[in-house]
Design a protein around this ligand. Structure first.
Ligand SMILES: Cc1cc2nc3c(=O)[nH]c(=O)nc-3n(C[C@H](O)[C@H](O)[C@H](O)COP(=O)(O)O)c2cc1C
Length: 164
């Protein structure tokens, strides 16, 4: 097993779906032996968040991340995070199977919160993990699609396996 690292899992969530994804990621990483601080951006955010890695998640709303997620990324110490991975994740609505409806709606999901978090991290000269985790919800408010939490755990496990 690799050495124990300190990580942050920060999330914003309106209906609780992104929170459940964040909890699953945090739980998986703790299970791998890491020390994880779970941060709800809807509450008071602690200062001086310096860890070895971070996950940052937000629901996709109107094709974007929430303003709380955005200000969190903007406040991170760019020097500290220039050499430590930041992983973006989001929740998005599940698109209909019908290709015509799908084509019409895809613009709402393709450029959502996670790709924007990753882009903002990179724009600020910080180190973005190349892959983003995107998790689908049914309808506009959820719940998460079946298997979503298992997939989130698997993603976290893969990330942890690459940590040195
Ligand atoms: C006002 C509003 C706007 C939304 N806009 C989008 C959108 O642009 N793209 C998308 O995929 N989902 C959109 N959704 C669905 C959200 O992604 C969904 O509510 C979210 O994943 C739930 O996460 P939460 O439970 O953590 O808040 C929207 C939902 C609401 C209520």
């Amino acid at each position: 097993m690799c050495e124990v690292m300190r990580g942050i899992v920060a999330f914003d969530s309106v209906y609780g779906n992104t929170m459940r994804v964040a909890e699953a990621i945090a739980d998986e990483l703790r299970g791998q032996g890491h020390e994880i601080e779970l941060i709800d951006l809807g509450r008071k955010v602690p200062r001086g968040m310096e860890a070895d890695f971070a996950f940052i998640g937000s629901p996709t709303r109107n094709g974007k991340m929430t303003s709380r997620a955005k200000s969190f990324v903007k406040r991170l110490d760019a020097d500290h995070w220039s050499a430590r991975p930041i992983v973006a994740f989001d929740t998005v609505m599940h698109l209909p199977e019908d290709p015509r409806q799908r084509d019409r709606m895809v613009r709402w999901t393709e450029n959502g919160a996670a790709p924007r978090i990753k882009a903002l991290v990179e724009e600020r000269g910080m180190q973005a993990y190349p892959e983003v985790l995107r998790v689908e919800v049914t309808g506009l408010k959820g719940p998460l699609l079946p298997g979503s939490l298992d997939r989130s755990r698997e993603f976290a496990r893969k990330f942890a396996a690459e940590l040195k």
